[in-house]
Structure formats: C-alpha cells, structure tokens
Ligand binder design. Structure first.
Ligand SMILES: [Zn+2]
Length: 468
C-alpha cells in the first residue's frame, strides 16, 4: 500500500489521536465540489476514458508543467498543438515518460493526488517507476474498459453530491442540457465565467460580444444592450445549467464604479479595439462591479480568482494555447482595488463574494481583515499553487485569527483532473482535522467544537456559500 492511514496528521501522538477522531467523522461525508473545470460532456455521454495517459497526463497542467520544466517537450506528452502539428499519440510511450520522471514529483501535491487515485480508484499498490510503468498502465487500462470506470459510475463511487463545471456565456450548455434530459440523477451544474466577454484583452473579444448578443437576442453594440445580454445569459445559466455562482479570472482585483456615461464610452472604445492596457483594466474593474450588482438581483454567488499572469510563456502559448502550465502568480492588492466595489455592495447581507488569492502575503494583511468585516465577503480556500498540505496549513494559520472559520467557504478542488477529486478533498479534510487537533491539544477549543467545525468545514459552509 502507498497510502498511510495517518498521512498528513500531526506526528505528536496526542494531537494525532484527536485528528484521527475528528477525521473519522468526516472522511465519508459526500463531496460537494462547487468550483472546477471538469468536462460536462464526460457525464453527458458517459463514454469510457480512453487510456491512462489521456486520463492522467494530457489534460493535467500540474503534471506536464513539471516535466516541461525539466526539458521534456510537451509534444512528447501528447499535448495537442494549436496548429494541429504532430504530437506523440502512443499513450504507453507517454505513460513511460511520466514514470521515468516520477521522482520529480516527490514532495508535491501532484504526487499525493496521483498515488491516491492509482490506489483507491484503480487498486494499484506499487510505486510508479520505469520498472512498474507497463504493469500499472495495463492495470489502469483494463479498468477503464469496464463499465464501473465510466464517468457516471465513478461520480457515484467518489460519493460526489454535487459537481460544478465552468462555462463561458458563449457556451450553449448542450452537455448540461443532455445530462438533465438523460434522467441520470448525478448533480452536475455549471458556473458562469464571463471573462471572454468582459475582458477587452481576451482573444476575440469583439466577436465574442457579438456572439453574446446573438445568443441573448440583444443589441450588444450598446452598453445597455450588452448589460441586458449578460443578465439574460446569467438567467439561462441558472435555468438550464443550474448555476448558483459566477467566476471571474482577472489579472488583478481592480474594481471600478463609473458613471453610466463613462462606462458606456469605455465600452464603445473596447468594441472598437482602441482601449489602452490601463483602459482595459478599468473596464474589467467596472464589469466586476456590474456583475456584483447583477448578483444582488439574481442571487448568484460571485467568485473572484485574481492574480494569475496568464500565458507567461509566449512560445508555449503560441504553440499550445491557454492553460498549459505557463500561468504564474503575481502580487495582488485587494484593499484599494476592491474599494469601489465594496463601497457599492460591501454591506449587502444577501450577497456572497468569495475572494481567492495566489498571493499568500495578502491572507493576514488584507483578505482576513476584509472578510472579517464586510458582510458580503468570504475568503475562498487555498487555491492552485497553494492547494497543497502546506498551503492549506498556512491558509488556516493566517486567516483564522481575524476572519474566524465562518468567513471561509469550505474546500474547492478547482480541477480538470476528475480522478484527483477524492484525493484533493481528502487532503483538505485531513489538513483541517490536523489544524483543529492542534487547537484542541493546546486547549484553545473543546473537542466537541472541533468536531462540529470539522463537519462545517467539510460540508456545511460550502453549501451555504454557494447556495446549494
Ligand atoms: Zn477555477
């Protein structure tokens, strides 16, 4: 066996015993996954995943960015090229490359997630290595060909109560519609991610806004028509895709609260493609405030995921497109950046805005104080580069003293890698129980309070924040 039952628990015996007791009460709770990037067509079509490389390597930017950093070309890992150029298609070869470089993942969460999936999903009990690569490939491949390993069966086996995907307003939600019409009882919902139509610097912005108008039956050459189209698509996402949230992946947390005349003039410029970088930033900021105002009307919880410098590597972007492991965190300001939005909606009790960060220095200095004051704000869980045991510990240590536990919202797996979902939620549950165990051992909490908190952090807070 690769997974130790006490993994991630404190090594101090007294704390470890408390952590074991807390974890025992939450380990089997259902998974609620309110934000992520799995493909809804998996659950609509319920086709077998093709092979181990297609499942674990080709779509996982955590996996291939590490190999790329050590000189392995993305082509050799089967990552599709934007120009349709040749890439490796032999899945066994791709798998062997992963095995050959397995040592690179020592000490990383990717290693924990993959080991967890190999063992708990596919029954693999030996470590991946060049010697075991073919055996493990054959074992996983054989599993994938049986009906118990189809997406819907795995969804049930993973004990997923709800899974949210993320779609652009230009998406027809055909897969979500198909899931509903199929009569399957798994709960897969969408989330509204308008970046392609609210960011003047997004590829194809002008054409995207035009398509938005066509889909919504609104004239999106005017500011009022554009806002109506967005309102219309939000409603569509709620009705057809079951959306309860929006998501915003902006480079910064900048917000603005312009007059209608100013916003309208800026929109015209964006449509003409003549905005400067500073004006594009201002426009995105205005749109965050517009989205918050719409959330007040339609009740969608708002998620802000700022601070990623996307597509940092132009060579990789040109050759392979977005989301290829070349996104790098930046320093992020919230206190000044969010003020226009908070001046407008910060005191609303019926609005939930969840703030995420890739800049851990903002936890104790900015995010916990903000969420510990404004009724509309919550702090989202440790995200992306910090979705790791150490990242989660730092998060609890830096957030709790000022924001408490109840201004947080449970865990998000935020993943494209379906089989890593149980692993990621298990890591979060274990790290939270370890943190709570320390508070109990230090006589800062009674154990019955810690037990209640463990359930809240695993299950109740996420359902409340996302209105599920
Ligand atoms: Zn995400």
């Amino acid at each position: 066996m690769m997974l130790h039952p006490d993994r991630l628990f404190p090594s101090d015996p007294a704390q470890r015993d408390i952590a074991r007791r807390l974890y025992a009460a939450v380990s089997n709770l259902p998974i609620v996954s309110p934000h992520g990037h799995t493909d809804p067509s998996w659950f609509a079509k319920d086709e077998a995943f093709p092979d181990p490389a297609a499942l674990f390597v080709k779509p996982d930017h955590y996996a291939f960015r590490m190999l790329y950093s050590q000189g392995v070309p993305l082509e050799s890992l089967g990552v599709p090229r934007a120009d349709g150029g040749a890439v490796e298609t032999d899945s066994r070869k791709i798998w062997r490359l992963l095995a050959q470089h397995w040592h690179l993942f020592r000490g990383t969460p990717t290693r924990m997630w993959l080991d967890h999936a190999f063992e708990t999903v596919f029954g693999v009990t030996e470590r991946l290595s060049p010697a075991s690569a073919d055996r493990i490939y054959d074992q996983i491949d054989a599993c994938l060909q049986s009906p118990e390993f189809r997406p819907r069966a795995l969804f049930k086996r993973f004990n997923i109560e709800l899974l949210a995907t993320t779609e652009s307003p230009l998406d027809t939600l055909e897969h979500h519609r198909a899931i509903r019409e199929s009569g399957w009882d798994g709960c897969v919902i969408t989330a509204f991610r308008p970046d392609p139509v609210v960011d003047p610097e997004f590829e194809g912005f002008q054409a995207n806004v035009e398509t938005l108008g066509a889909l919504a039956g609104e004239n999106t050459t005017t500011w009022a028509g554009y806002l109506n189209a967005l309102r219309n698509r939000r409603q569509y996402f709620k009705e057809v895709g079951g959306a309860t949230s929006t998501d915003h992946g902006h480079p910064t947390a900048v917000t603005a609260d312009l007059s209608t005349a100013e916003a309208s003039a800026l929109f015209d410029k964006a449509l003409r493609g003549t905005v400067t970088a500073a004006e594009a930033e201002l426009f995105r900021g205005q749109m965050l405030t517009e989205m918050a105002k719409m959330s007040l009307e339609d009740g969608l919880t708002m998620q802000i995921h700022p601070g990623s410098f996307r597509n940092h590597n132009p060579v990789v972007f040109e050759r392979f497109g977005r989301d290829k492991g070349a996104d790098i965190p930046t320093r992020t300001d919230y206190v000044r950046a969010l003020k226009p939005l908070l001046d407008r909606v910060g005191n609303e009790r019926d609005l939930t805005i969840i703030l995420f960060t890739l800049d851990e220095t903002s936890y104790a200095r900015e995010l916990a104080p903000l969420a510990g004051h404004y009724p509309a704000l919550r702090v989202g869980p440790a995200w992306w580069f910090h979705d790791s045991p150490e990242g989660m510990r730092r998060y609890r240590e830096m957030i709790t003293e000022t924001a408490g536990f109840y201004n947080t919202v449970g865990f998000n797996d935020d993943t494209r890698a379906f089989c890593s979902i149980p692993a990621r939620h298990d890591v979060a549950r274990r790290v939270d129980c370890a943190f709570l165990a320390r508070l109990v051992a230090e006589h800062r909490l009674e154990e019955d309070e810690a037990a209640e908190l463990a359930v809240d952090l695993t299950y109740n807070l996420v359902k409340k924040a996302y209105k599920l």
